[in-house]
Ligand binder design. Structure first.
Ligand code: FE2
Length: 185
């Protein structure tokens, strides 16, 4: 890996940059969840008011996702790429995902990692046999993007570390009820 030319390897500045770059990816991860969650729940809403809330806030989440998706790319492209957290060298490293040699070492292809690509990529959507690949942002199935999936993902990520058991029980109870809601018309 080529160290960042602008930040001396092993320096306190590398530590701070590693923390900032981790936060950049974490923000994107959280907004990614919201970008699935709001449309998934909108498909279940019966009340006009609830639907209005979900669509209005959901749009903001999509905007946040797009912003952090773009910002996270900065951590893995020059001049920042190459940061290695001096306190956690086996965990927090930010390789240059535009560098052909780095990609070859990681068995990745530039098509998938190029950091200045910010638009949703075409993928299989709804009926694989009937539709060509469509550009969509995130899954909108309850299993992959619903409330339970979101709580599970955020819990596994450590976002709620330190919360009492009652918190997780209540959050899961709310999430299960939300996923079980069905449109009434
Ligand atoms: Fe957000």
């Amino acid at each position: 890996m080529v160290p960042s030319p602008s930040i001396p390897p092993g320096s306190p500045a590398q530590r701070i940059q590693a923390i900032a770059s981790t936060a950049g990816f974490h923000f994107a991860f959280i907004e990614q969840g919201g970008t699935s969650l709001y449309p998934t729940l909108a498909l279940k809403a019966t009340s006009d008011e609830v639907l209005r809330i979900l669509l209005s806030i959901g749009g903001v989440e999509i905007d946040h996702f797009s912003l952090w998706h773009d910002k996270a790319g900065n951590a893995v492209s020059q001049p920042l790429a190459g940061v290695i957290d001096p306190k956690n060298p086996n965990g927090a490293t930010f390789p240059d995902l535009n560098d052909p040699a780095t990609l070859a070492r990681l068995h990745l292809q530039l098509e998938l990692t190029q950091t200045n690509k910010i638009l949703p990529e075409p993928c299989d959507f709804l009926f694989q046999e009937a539709l060509p690949p469509c550009s969509v942002i995130r899954p909108t199935s309850t299993a992959l993007g619903g409330a339970v999936a979101t709580v599970n993902a955020f819990t596994a990520d450590g976002l709620f570390n330190g919360q009492p058991d009652g918190f997780f029980d209540f959050a899961m109870q709310l999430a299960t009820a939300a996923d079980n809601a069905r449109r009434q018309f």
